[in-house]
Write a protein that binds this ligand. Structure first.
Ligand SMILES: [Ca+2]
Length: 433
């Protein structure tokens, strides 16, 4: 039907073309001026051309019109049929609605409709589930991509040779002098194992140009480490060792004991101090020893070897009482912490002064004291007890002046004078002997 309709449309177009030509042409009556060569389509159509065309094509046009009429009749018939069908369908629906639900076809169609609705519902639910699953897959894919990236980064890092963030020197020995004797020339962290030590431990070694190796046992620099610690912490050590000597620490009473135990060559304790004006002073004590824990890490030394900081370990006469010097000397004192009072005082020196130290009653030297930026402090600054609890070396600065930096380090006596550097000399014989 579509093809015949197109054909009919083509015929109509043809008719319109002709009618259009007619309007534009001259008077049809004036046919005498016809030029037989004045063909339609070649020039703008003249009356003659149109007449000629009509004469020539009328039979064909007639034929086309007949065909179109046939087509129109056909279409009209079809429309009629369609209308009838629509009416029939409407009637059927109405009658079906009117019919009782018992009608088997109605029931069947209703059942089918229900099924269709149910299926639709199921499809919608499943679509929702599919949508959710797709979201889950996308998020999982994203996470997998992230993990892949992470794994690539880790692989790259793993391809690089592992390096400890802290550089530890390879040479080992019984102490830092032994390490230096074996060729170590740089300051830094070394593992050492004194003769009696059950296992090696890490220390900071200060090795100078003369091949002297100092084993550092205490360092104060900036107050970054709190020295108010208990017995166990002082026993094991605390703070931080650093390869560039920038951190504060207490090496530990047990290690200090092992470093000074049973050596045939006397060990020198060198104390180096810096005040808040940048002045540096030192004090040396030879035959320095720290006893075992059973003896509460007792401090002993043979004598004050020298130094420009003075002999604060020997006690100090503060002018309060004639017994001041006696009760503030340190040689032979036991180590005390706030939780282990081994001092010569009715109260608890370590608790009052917030430190661990070889307390007497209480001290003239106090290098594990509280850190006071700027140095000068008062009874009020000292807190509830109000005692002198700063970093004190009273033969240099008075007890209300807290030092800026301290170092306590060990070296065999035989090596102390091996090079230049600070002058040492026996200025005073003191102590227990
Ligand atoms: Ca006491």
């Amino acid at each position: 039907m579509a093809q015949s309709l197109l054909a009919a449309a083509g015929g109509l177009l043809l008719l319109f073309s002709i009618s259009s030509a007619q309007i534009r042409g001259d008077n049809l009556v004036n046919s005498a001026n016809c030029n037989p060569n004045d063909g339609f389509g070649k020039y703008c159509p003249t009356t003659c051309g149109v007449a000629d065309y009509l004469l020539r094509y009328i039979p064909k046009v007639d034929d086309d019109i007949d065909k179109m009429l046939d087509e129109l009749e056909n279409i009209a018939n079809l429309t009629q049929g369609a209308e009838e069908t629509v009416i029939y369908m409407k009637d059927s629906t109405t009658s079906a609605q009117k019919q009782s639900p018992v009608d088997p076809y109605f029931r069947k169609s209703t059942g089918m409709l229900d099924d269709v609705l149910r299926f639709e519902k199921t499809i919608l639910t499943q679509e929702q589930q599919i949508f959710e699953l797709q979201n889950l897959i996308s998020s999982n894919e994203r996470r997998m991509a992230e993990l892949k990236q992470l794994s690539v980064q880790l692989q790259q890092r793993c391809q690089e040779p592992c390096k400890d963030s802290v550089e530890i020197q390879p040479i080992t020995g019984t102490d830092c002098q032994d390490v230096a004797n074996k060729g170590a020339t740089t300051n830094g962290l070394y593992y050492i194992k004194p003769a009696q030590a059950p296992e090696q431990f890490l220390v900071y070694c200060e090795i100078d140009n003369f091949g002297r190796g100092f084993t550092v046992i205490q360092r104060r620099r900036d107050g970054s480490v709190d020295f108010h610690k208990d017995w166990i912490q002082y026993k094991n050590g605390f703070g931080y060792l650093s390869p560039d000597d920038t951190t504060e620490f207490w090496l530990g009473n047990e290690k200090i004991h092992l470093l000074t135990l049973g050596t045939t060559i006397p060990t020198v304790l060198r104390i180096e101090l810096v005040d808040w004006d940048g002045n540096k002073k030192y004090a040396d004590y030879t035959m320095f020893r720290v006893g075992p824990e059973a003896d509460n890490y007792r401090l002993t030394y043979g004598y004050y070897l020298g130094g420009d900081a003075g002999d604060a370990f020997d006690g100090f006469d503060f002018g309060d009482d004639p017994s001041d010097k006696f009760y503030t000397s340190h040689n032979g004192m036991l180590f005390s912490t706030f939780d282990k009072d081994n001092d010569k005082y009715d109260g608890n020196c370590a608790q009052q002064d917030g430190s661990g130290w070889w307390m007497n009653r209480c001290h003239a030297a106090h290098l594990n004291g509280k850190y006071y930026p700027g140095g000068r402090y008062t009874e009020k600054d000292a807190g509830e007890h109000g005692f002198d609890n700063g970093i004190i070396w009273v033969t240099w600065h008075n007890r209300w002046y807290s030092l800026k930096e301290t170092t306590m380090k060990l070296i065999p006596l035989s090596r102390l004078t091996a090079g230049g550097g600070q002058q040492t000399g026996v200025k005073q014989f003191g102590g227990l002997s």
